[in-house]
Design a protein around this ligand. Structure first.
Ligand code: ACO
Length: 330
């Protein structure tokens, strides 16, 4: 799916939240046979955050949402819809979006969850854009939130080193003048579905996999390096822009080597790439909005900047979005 955004939809608020608890590579090395050196060299990850027992996707997501609303200067009651991207929801139902809506005091706002793993935030942005463009909503909260620490087999060193917990949120609103969201490209290839999976209660009963992340790392790596570049170029083309127009590149934070490879292939110099994978690891649907929030608060993104975002992961799905930044500086 490739689309240019014909309607004007602006980003008016942004926020994120990560748990306080830091887990270093050295700490993981006390649980499985690995080392800080191996993890840092192969992934760029140094540490990640782990949710407290009392936290959940809904509580982390609600805190990120509160910050996004505060930065937008609007009340939760002004929202028409909450779309939550998560692969680690509190419940199959109720939707995490309902729980977040209740926590932020959004009243009787519509809300649902969207499952597209690490591409979830980009898919959710596309959903929010579509709902606004179609006239169903005017102001939409998009939340990407995960507690992947609860989906990990902590005795599997090939996966437990990669992930962390955290949430990010944005507020989008129909705008008369500003053209924030500019273009999307979304895709999925189910032939690689079981290269990266977490079994849920509805899967075939004679095929017990356990409710943990299972991944064929090298195959996912090959897939990721290909789609990050291809999808980025397609959404830029949809937006009528080129790589030279990109001010900030915000890829999904799975592995520093994937990010560096994509930047090199796209011809994006280091200064235009935002990454925090060293501090948070892979927070799945949380990773892109957490990056956007940090980049904005650090002054790395400002009004008028062209931001290229790209996600990839379980599905195997991918998606990219080109946005002109519409939020004033903090
Ligand atoms: N510490 C030490 N050694 C390890 C570790 C570890 N944590 N993990 C694996 N190894 C060993 C393996 O056992 C293997 O040993 P062997 O050669 O004796 O068999 C060796 O290291 C190489 O293993 P590979 O899996 O080939 O290592 P690779 O260089 O591919 O790195 C990694 C593994 C980091 C997982 C990489 O494949 C990767 O990043 N893949 C993409 C992951 C990704 O992007 N996932 C997206 C998820 S998004 C979502 O939707 C959830």
């Amino acid at each position: 799916m490739i689309a240019a955004c014909g309607q004007r939809v602006a980003l008016i608020g942004i926020g994120s939240h990560v748990p306080e608890r830091v887990m270093s590579n050295d700490e993981i090395a006390t649980m499985v046979e690995t080392s800080d050196e191996w993890i840092a060299q192969r992934t760029g990850i140094r540490e990640r955050r782990i949710a407290a027992a009392s936290d959940s996707s809904a509580t982390l997501g609600a805190e990120a949402a509160r910050r996004a609303l505060e930065s937008a200067g609007i009340d939760a009651g002004e929202l028409d819809l909450i779309v939550t991207a998560t692969a680690s929801p509190d419940y199959y139902f109720p939707a995490t979006a309902s729980l977040i809506g209740q926590r932020i005091g959004a009243g009787e706002v519509a809300g649902y969850d969207l499952s597209a793993a690490c591409t979830g935030f980009i898919y959710a942005l596309a959903q929010a854009y579509s709902q606004i463009a179609a006239g169903l909503a005017e102001t939409v909260l998009v939340v990407g939130t995960e507690v992947f620490s609860r989906l990990l087999d902590w005795s599997d060193r090939s996966t437990c080193i990669l992930f962390g917990d955290g949430a990010g949120a944005v507020v989008l609103r129909r705008d008369d003048d500003r053209h924030g969201l500019r273009g999307f490209e979304l895709g999925a290839d189910g032939s690689g579905a079981l290269l990266l999976s977490v079994a849920a209660a509805g899967h075939a009963a004679d095929h017990d996999e356990g409710p943990f992340v299972r991944m064929n790392g090298p195959e996912v790596y090959k897939f990721a390096t290909r789609v990050v570049v291809d999808s980025s170029l397609r959404s830029l083309e949809a937006a009528g822009l080129g790589v030279e127009d990109v001010d900030v590149f915000v890829p999904h934070q799975a592995n520093r080597r994937i990010i560096d490879h994509a930047a090199r292939r796209l011809g994006l110099d280091h200064a235009r790439v935002f990454s925090n994978v060293d501090r948070y690891g892979n927070t799945s649907a949380g990773s892109i909005p957490i990056c956007l929030d940090e980049a904005w608060r650090q002054g790395r993104i400002g009004p008028g900047d062209i931001v290229l975002m790209v996600g990839f992961g379980g599905g195997l799905a991918w998606g990219s979005c080109v946005m002109e930044w519409t939020k004033e500086r903090p």
